[in-house]
Design a protein around this ligand. Structure first.
Ligand code: SUG
Length: 448
């Protein structure tokens, strides 16, 4: 049976703004308080989705969330009508209003961890929503994420959904941003690669000193258990704490994997040789030939990787077996990174083409091409069981583009977040979106 890796991209929500909310994420911190352009952000994302669809990849779309999250503000003690809740939060606790307005659910690599059916004990595709417990503004995403994923992958014969792990730091889970999968073919059993930043319970693992390690070993192990993965089908590895302290807040800022290939920075991991040997051995036992490309620090420094998001790229397999790398414009703007990429192409390895996309609106908050997509490997039967409303088509692209142009503002500053009109605009837009994507009622304002 044929199988595919489907990329579901997060549609940027109407409140996209630069809140400076993510300590440890250099771009988020340095662009704090700048005016954002939500319309441009959403259109840039849609352009990427369309381009991949036009290249023949199966492309999906994942809906944004209701923001401002009035229910979250109510749970923090702000009361009254919705407009009063927003007004009081703006007056008494602006940082909480900003957090409740974040469009951060666009970075759907953090929505969930996904294990394809070929890897799981019950032969279903498993999803665990990420608790995103390290940052308040992200920790409020998972209930709606679960409802949206449930509406997209509703068929229980093929899809199994797990609630987010306990919302405590010991089980900090950032979803697919710290997970990748190696396989010979998407439909065959593979090796799932979980990368953690620290251990919550075992002090033998070092931890970063300056910035938080968001993903714990214990969270990764729990997800692997929930998904029914076998010992032979998993490898756990630790991220180098020194690179977390340089702004590598997720592993997908320093490494990307696809098929049999891991593309990573020399300094990405601890115990790299041992880890590569384990990946090689386990994939070989599944009939695969693991390969890695290590980018040397004397060609691309960690700082350049963090600025350019070279590794936050999408590594895609084309029909002829060669690979394509989707990178953000910032890679072309960085002479060392761009030179490295030219050399990589000239070397004639598995990566044969580099395509550049303008994702500046998202990049300024630390979200590159890979952050914006959730990969779901599906066989033909499973793909047929996905809600067809969320699969990108030329008609859906046109409809979503018109929808963005109709509902989105082209400038948003912190002071605009207190405007009660913004809440109404967002709800009107999202109500229409659930009809376009045929999701049913998934947002708190539609349910309560
Ligand atoms: O969690 N930025 C996100 C970026 C997530 C990127 N995702 C992956 N690497 N997969 C984060 O730090 C910034 C929001 C603000 O500051 O307004 C933010 O949440």
């Amino acid at each position: 049976m044929k199988s595919f890796e489907v990329n579901f991209d997060g549609l940027v929500g109407p409140t996209h703004n630069y809140g400076g909310l993510s300590f440890g994420n250099v771009a988020s911190q340095s662009n704090s308080q700048q005016a954002s352009n939500p319309r441009e952000a959403a259109l840039q994302g849609l352009e990427k989705m369309k381009a991949l669809m036009d290249m023949g990849f199966v492309q999906g779309v994942l809906a944004p969330q209701e923001r401002p999250d009035v229910a979250a503000l109510r749970s923090l003690g702000f009361a009254g009508t919705d407009a009063q809740v927003i007004e009081r939060a703006a007056k008494e606790a602006m940082p909480l209003l900003v957090a409740s307005c974040s469009a951060s659910s666009m970075w759907v690599a953090n929505a969930a961890t996904v294990s394809p059916s070929a890897d799981t004990s019950d032969g279903r595709v498993h999803f665990t929503a990420a608790n995103l417990n390290c940052k308040y503004h992200r920790s409020i995403e998972h209930p709606t994420t679960s409802r949206v994923l449930g509406a997209m992958f509703a068929d229980q014969q093929h899809f199994a959904h797990h609630a987010a792990l306990p919302a405590v730091a010991q089980f900090g889970d950032e979803g697919a941003a710290n997970h990748t999968r190696f396989c010979r073919d998407y439909g065959e059993a593979g090796v799932e690669f979980f990368v953690f930043g620290r251990s919550a319970f075992d002090s033998r693992y070092p931890a970063p000193q300056k910035y938080p390690a968001r993903q714990t070993l214990e969270a990764s192990q729990a997800v692997a258990r929930l998904h029914g993965l076998s010992e032979e089908g998993v490898v756990f590895a630790q991220q180098n704490p020194a690179v977390i302290d340089q702004g590598v807040f997720h592993n997908d800022v320093i490494a990307v994997g696809n098929g049999e290939l891991l593309f990573h920075h020399q300094d990405a991991f601890l115990n790299t040789e041992q880890m590569l040997a384990e990946l090689h051995g386990k994939l070989a036992a599944r009939g695969g030939n693991f390969q890695s490309i290590s980018v040397p620090r004397d060609q691309v420094a960690v700082e350049d990787a963090v600025r350019s998001y070279l590794f936050n790229s999408q590594l895609l397999s084309r029909a002829d077996g060669s690979m394509l790398l989707i990178v953000p414009e910032e890679c072309r703007a960085n002479p060392r990174v761009w030179q490295y990429l030219q050399g990589l192409l000239a070397a004639g390895g598995p990566i044969r083409e580099v395509k550049v996309f303008d994702l500046k609106q998202s990049m300024q908050n630390g979200g590159g091409p890979a952050c914006l997509r959730l990969r779901v490997a599906l066989n033909e039967t499973e793909l047929a069981a996905v809600n067809p409303g969320v699969i990108m088509t030329p008609a859906l692209y046109d409809t979503l583009t018109a929808w963005v142009n109709k509902h989105y503002r082209d400038a948003l500053r912190e002071s605009d977040l207190a405007d009660p009109q913004l809440l109404l605009e967002c709800r009107t837009a999202l109500d229409e979106l659930t009809q376009i994507l045929k999701l049913g009622a998934v947002y708190p304002f539609q349910i309560n």
